[in-house]
Design a protein around this ligand. Sequence first.
Ligand code: UD1
Ligand code: CA
Length: 455
Amino acid sequence: MTLEVIILAAGQGSRMRSSTPKVLHLLGGKPLLQHVVDAARSLEPSAVHVVVGHGAEAVQEAMAGNALNWVEQTEQLGTGHAVLQALPALGADSTVLVLYGDVPLVSSAVLQQLVDAAQQSPALLTAVLEDPSGYGRVLRDAQNRFRAVVEHKDASPDELVVTEVNTGILAAPATLLQRYLPRVGNSNQQREYYLPDVLSLSVADGIAVCTASVADPLEVLGVNDQLQLSRLERELQRQRAEALLISGVRLADPARIDIRGELTCGRDVFIDVNCVFTGDVVLGDGVHIGPNCVISDSQIAAGSEVCAMSHLQQARVGDSCHVGPYARLRPGTELAAGARVGNFVETKKARIGAGSKVNHLSYIGDCEMGEGANIGAGTITCNYDGVNKHITRIGDGAFVGSNATLVAPVEIGSGGFVAAGSTITREVPTAELAVARGKQRNISGWQRPGKKNKD
Ligand code: UD1
Ligand code: CA
């Protein structure tokens, strides 16, 4: 059996009230459509076709690199019409799974079940909802066999009380879609070609439709407006927080953490409130993250502590380091074991050697620092001459006094000593002291200016 997936994503999503196409809105840091594509991919289909219309270019650009087959639907005439556009691309003996770009949290297990059920006859995924309003209702005959889906807008009062709804997700042999889709009409309230009508047409021809119902309706909730999106986001974050707790991570409050990517944690990790993780973040054993930290695409090794209000982006922090509070580690920052970067320190493309300390109010950019160096408060590496960036090298055990400016390219030899307030423009040789500042003069007998007499 060959499996092909069709994802419907041509609708405008007008209720989002946004210029971004609906399927590109982010959920857990990832576009809605990417969630659906990932779920589809997990079934290893031979092809994934995506039907686009509104904002097609933006959608294709955002999803580049996914190896998708794009199908254009120039006019949005309904879900049936959308699938019809993809029919010519399908192989004759494929099984087809139809997914919606705005239903992002469906699990691959549920989809696999549906596909397995759809080898000969069509299979529809349904859900029982407390509040079914807005959804198409599933109608059954006296023997409880599937009969049809009726849209909310077309339903009679009797049909509206049905709580079993069409999730929109269905699987069917390609031949069946090819036979029945062209016969679907649009004589309904919305003048649309409804995809579920292929199912009632098959039933009329004596082909039974099997249904599977999801245990957790959250899997099939759609995103039609910002309110629904925010609810799904909270739900997804709750799931991610619970998975972390189960895996042994200690969270100060599972309701106050946001994971917008992949967070991998070792043993005995603690994360305080209001932290945001984006991209791929790895926290080693015993790592402690203080409150209100934002950490993106970074690795923090065992035993390190990141204190409150710190921001890390593409940084690598070694074992037993101390970062923050209020530290900003920009891309290319690498701290070796036991290094310390303290409050109001910004680093960028900086290798800070084992046990070195930059504890207060500094900018360290384009810098190679050895082991056991000590950088005083207010030290600035002047890495930019207005055109090019230059490197500052600081040797093992160097000591840079407070408020020094190191004008790159420049090197401070190991054990070199820079007097506070110096502006260093030339190499400081190994173990020498550099003093580069105005000499202090004390003027004895100096008189303070007096107040002028008023005329
Ligand atoms: C649809 C179902 C309804 C079901 C509900 C579940 C139909 C007729 N109705 O209703 O039974 O309960 O989903 O969420 O199928 N789309 C296109 N082209 C179009 C129209 C829609 O690509 O011409 C896409 C949309 O972008 C969206 C999906 O199809 O991803 C569903 O369309 P939408 O208009 O949201 O359908 P619903 O009214 O929610
Ligand atoms: Ca919808």
